[in-house]
Design a protein around this ligand. Structure first.
Ligand SMILES: [Fe+2]
Ligand SMILES: [Fe+2]
Length: 166
């Protein structure tokens, strides 16, 4: 651990480590929800939806890596067991039990909206306290905002297609 890099964060460091570990749990669950969603999804526009789910899964895994590295640099330990993900998560996990495209999109839109709230709160918690975490969170938040937009655009296209000519 870089001692001066940790020292500038001060007493808020432990609280930030806790918040980051909760976000880490969210990222792993989001990763798997996208990954397995891409395996089972069925219905119109399936190929476009699968491509988006796979891309988002990759982004969530990358976010997990960024968040875990930041926990370590703050002197914390990233969650070490998947069992901890369900205890720590803010956004939970929605199993894609209904594989229909609209159902899978809706679950993931809900997840992205939760992620946007989590990272928005983390921005507030780190502003003026921990500029390095703030900067990382800003980048991740931008990705989550884009993810929500991607999924809602697909959902709009799906509805347009299904309602066209009715
Ligand atoms: Fe993410
Ligand atoms: Fe996302």
């Amino acid at each position: 651990m870089g001692t001066k890099g940790r020292a500038i964060v001060g007493a808020q460091g432990e609280k930030i480590i806790g918040l980051l570990n909760k976000a880490l749990a969210d990222e792993w669950l989001a990763y798997y929800q996208y990954w397995v969603g891409a395996k089972v999804v069925k219905g119109p526009m399936k190929d476009a939806v699968i491509a988006e789910l796979i891309q988002h899964a990759g982004d969530e895994l990358r976010h997990a890596g960024l968040v875990a590295d930041r926990v370590t640099r703050l002197g914390g330990i990233p969650l070490l067991s998947p069992e901890q993900w369900f205890k720590a998560t803010n956004c939970g996990y929605d199993a894609p039990e209904d594989p229909y495209v609209a159902a899978v999109l809706s679950q993931n839109i809900k997840g992205e909206q939760c992620a946007i709230q989590v990272y928005s709160d983390l921005l507030k918690a780190t502003r003026d306290v921990d500029p390095v975490t703030y900067n990382m969170v800003l980048g991740i938040l931008s990705d989550e905002v884009e993810h929500e937009d991607d999924l809602q655009n697909l959902d709009e296209d799906l509805k347009l297609m299904l309602n066209h000519g009715k």
